[in-house]
Design a protein around this ligand. Structure first.
Ligand code: FE
Length: 203
């Protein structure tokens, strides 16, 4: 959670989900996600005292800290949105349902593209709102700090790294993607649309 200077682990609001086990979720949340929270705090503290005069684009402490800051910060943000994207019944509703129908033709077309993007990605798939184009897009991050489109804010985030599903599904990524989509919390996406005033931007 992004409160003040030090970041704290955001607790999970569920223990297990249909098709995603408690063991899978606890390894992912309690170990991997919590590790990114620890590292972003460590990196941000070191940036406060790094030698600015020795900054260098081939190698320098400043470069390493600023590059890994993008990895760790996005690692935290993407994981928090991922866990918040789950815990629902997968039934699209409200403003996000209207926006998906307008921008993708139908929910079914969106779902087909989202799932195929999940097979094509190495790290993340994000249903995001592009503030400049005023449109929804399914976008890829191959890792936390590689991919994405600037000016896009996440509404539904799916982790497709093997660590997100290997305990439950081994190599069967498509089955995991089906389970993810069946558990999407569309109420959360609608809350983000309200909170970020996306309807006002889209007018
Ligand atoms: Fe992950």
């Amino acid at each position: 959670m992004w409160n003040g200077k030090e970041h704290a682990v955001k607790e999970l609001s569920y223990k297990e989900l249909p098709g995603i086990s408690a063991k899978q979720l606890s390894e992912h949340h309690d170990v991997l996600y919590a590790g990114y929270v620890k590292k972003i705090n460590e990196i941000r503290a070191k940036i406060e005292s790094v030698d600015l005069a020795s900054a260098n684009a081939t190698y320098s402490d400043m470069r390493e800290l600023k590059v890994e800051e993008t990895f760790a910060a996005n690692g935290v943000k993407l994981h928090e949105e991922y866990f918040d994207s789950l815990g629902g019944d997968g039934k699209v509703k409200g403003t996000i349902a209207e926006m998906i129908a307008q921008d993708f033709g139908s929910y079914e077309k969106w779902e087909q593209q989202f799932k195929a993007t999940g097979v094509a990605a190495r790290g993340w798939v994000v249903l995001a709102y592009d503030w400049d184009e005023k449109k929804l897009r399914n976008i890829i991050y191959d890792t936390h700090n590689q991919g994405g489109i600037i000016g896009c804010c996440p509404l539904v985030v799916m982790d497709v790294y093997e660590h997100a599903y290997f305990i439950d599904y081994a190599t069967a990524r498509k089955k995991y993607i089906d389970a993810f989509v069946a558990n999407v919390n569309w109420d959360h996406a609608n809350e983000l649309i309200e909170k970020r005033r996306i309807k006002e931007n889209r007018k």
